[in-house]
Design a binder for this molecule. Sequence first.
Ligand code: ADP
Ligand code: NA
Length: 330
Amino acid sequence: ASRPRVLSGIQPTAGSFHLGNYLGAVRQWVALQETHDAFYMVVDLHAITVPQDPAALRANTRLAVAQLLAAGLDPDRCTLFVQSHVPEHAQLGWVMNCLTGFGEASRMTQFKDKSSKQGSDRTTVGLFTYPVLQVADILLYQANQVPVGEDQRQHIELTRDLAERFNSRLGETFTLPEPYILKETGKIYDLQDPSVKMSKSASTPKGLVNLLDDPKVTAKKVRSAVTDTDTVIRFDPVDKPGVSNLLSISSTLTGKPVAELEKEYEGKMYGALKTDLAEQMVEFVTPFRSRTQGYLDDPETLDSILAKGAEKARAVAAETLAQAYDRIGF
Ligand code: ADP
Ligand code: NA
């Protein structure tokens, strides 16, 4: 039997991935390449929903690819590509725009958040319809599952709605995808404000852990994470969001269940947990940074990986688009 298919993407805009990107999404991508027919892409079309400097965009796209390889993606086990290399994304994106209600798009909470921070004159129509392009991204590959963080759940629901709408109006064409979101790491919180998710756009510099930062800086951020005035190390996201966030992160990095960590830290102070987690982070990011640099230092290999990835992706995307165009009457 053929493997179920997964598709996911990450923006190249921030340069370094942050800990939320890694634990919420990329870590699952690496695991799923072993069991699924996996398609992963750097979404540069999504990046231009806000202004980009061309040289920086080009460099950050390669940097994102290097980080995905450093995280463990293997181009022999998955299809790794850059979104703009596959023109079918924009083509099906237009089709999906024409199926989406204006009110329906207006209900996307991530757009409301982002645009309210930017003001309406700086907000582009592209940012408004970016969830619809994402629908096309997913449907082109007939993905069964989409490994993402919790913040993407509403966009996966939109994907299912539009796939159903197209299928029922024009004939069975698209697979309805499910979100693949892990309970433990679906939402990693800001280290300084554990009431908000860690995010490249919303976090304070001290609350955002960038994987490519100097490990000393990262260790310091972890040691100065905001907790609470209690002293007990217990997993309780409602009353102890800061401590619970640190426990989730440590559990994932060490592979120890949260309950085991709670036992280990019985009678110990927050400082013990923070010191250990700072060390675990340093152990993780140090080789990650050098592997990333290694891929950047070998541009020919990177180019050839991306050329092969685009070719494999395009074969699938072109077939789906041709079917969709046929159903539409093109
Ligand atoms: P950001 O949300 O920082 O702008 P992206 O939009 O590029 O980053 O997100 C890439 C992936 O990382 C998505 O699957 C998203 O759901 C996931 N992600 C982002 N932030 C977090 C977080 N704080 N916790 C868990 N997953 C996250
Ligand atoms: Na996001």
